[in-house]
Design a binder for this molecule. Structure first.
Ligand code: NAD
Ligand code: MLT
Length: 311
């Protein structure tokens, strides 16, 4: 009997591949290369992706045998869940696999932005010893606004508390009492923008959140504010952020995610006040191992027609 075909369209951890084992015909393709990806879908039963593969209606239409799409990570914005559901395809993800890594990376970018770590590093390696140019700011006593106090936002709050910051958050879907338990004061978006010294974004990408922080919002912030985005590109409008930093209305930013990825030239890269990483939030050995094993288990269960619990 033919083994079910599992198409792995982005890198999957060795541990994830080991969970799949020998019961499946595991194939690999480059999900970001449509000319390679679409024909590879013809006879697949399961598809495993990260964030670089667009699993849209066109892709689903190319996969008549597809039964499950597994997203080795959190955000499902690259999967057309509605089109998949219409086609009878189950969509699973690994919602807790990389949240610790994403939260830790957020803290890294907050500190890097506050203390000019990346800029001073490049300058010194380039032969420049510049102490006063890279004078930073302390976190102690500062107000940190978390936009989206979900799994990652909460881990960020926990990790920042020992720095002596005041934590506020904008998340209209969360009960104020739940936030208060975590030592976080829920506020409106306007208050968050007005009060914050640091703003960190942990929202899903959706019609409501795309461009949520645009030109108008960046006119409402303190000029000393630093913005961090380890969620999704486009939630902070890049053009508006560029202008705000250029015009001295925003002090700096730490950006891990971009509207179009991969990207190697963005106006933001010209600005010394901006520290960037190439979507590294989930890029740790631990997170990738968890994501890989969790989705591989879900794929096995789904293809066996069994109940797939939340990972
Ligand atoms: P989550 O679902 O646990 O939390 C999201 C929070 O945002 C929820 O509390 C929700 O109430 C709130 N929210 C949703 N829509 C909102 C809106 N319109 N206005 C205000 N609040 C809103 O998700 P999470 O696990 O914390 O992950 C957040 C996002 O981080 C993911 O969707 C993903 O895109 C991104 N992410 C990025 C990386 C990375 O590598 N950079 C890694 C993991 C996750
Ligand atoms: C996620 O949503 O899980 C992250 O963006 C990580 C990833 O896709 O690699």
């Amino acid at each position: 009997m033919n083994k079910p075909v599992v198409l792995v369209a982005e890198e999957l951890s060795e541990a994830g591949l080991a969970v799949l084992g020998a019961d499946f015909d595991v194939r690999h393709t480059d999900g970001a290369d449509r000319a390679q990806f679409l024909p590879a879908l013809a006879d697949v039963d399961a598809l495993i992706v990260r964030s670089a593969t667009q699993v849209d209606a066109e892709a689903i239409a190319h996969a008549p045998k597809l039964r499950v799409v597994a997203r080795a990570g959190v955000g499902l914005d690259n999967v057309d869940v509605e089109a998949a559901t219409k086609a009878g395809v189950m969509v699973v993800n690994a919602p807790t696999s990389n949240i610790t890594s994403a939260a830790e990376h957020t803290v890294a970018l907050i500190l890097a932005s506050a203390r000019n770590v990346a800029q001073a590093h490049s300058a010194l390696k380039g032969g420049e010893w510049k102490r006063s140019k890279y004078t930073g700011v302390e976190l102690d006593g500062k107000v940190v606004a978390i936009l989206g106090l979900g799994r990652i936002g909460q881990l960020v709050a926990q990790r920042l508390q020992p720095f002596g910051v005041e934590l506020i958050a904008y998340d209209p879907y969360l009960q104020p009492a739940r936030a208060a338990q975590m030592g976080v004061r829920l506020v409106s978006l306007e208050e968050a923008l007005r009060e914050a010294d640091f703003i960190t974004v942990h929202l899903p990408k959706s019609k409501e959140t795309l461009g949520l922080i645009g030109d108008k919002e960046l006119h409402a912030v303190k000029p000393s504010v630093r913005l961090i985005n380890v969620a999704r590109g486009g939630i902070i409008d890049e053009g508006a952020l560029y202008s705000a930093i250029k015009e001295g209305r925003v002090a700096g930013a730490g950006i891990d995610v971009f509207p179009k990825e991969p990207v190697t030239d963005s106006p933001l890269f010209e600005l010394d006040q901006v520290v960037v990483t190439p979507h590294l939030g989930a890029s740790t050995h631990e997170a990738q191992e968890k994501a890989g094993t969790q989705v591989a288990r879900s794929v096995k269960l789904a293809l066996a027609g069994e109940f797939v619990p939340d990972a």
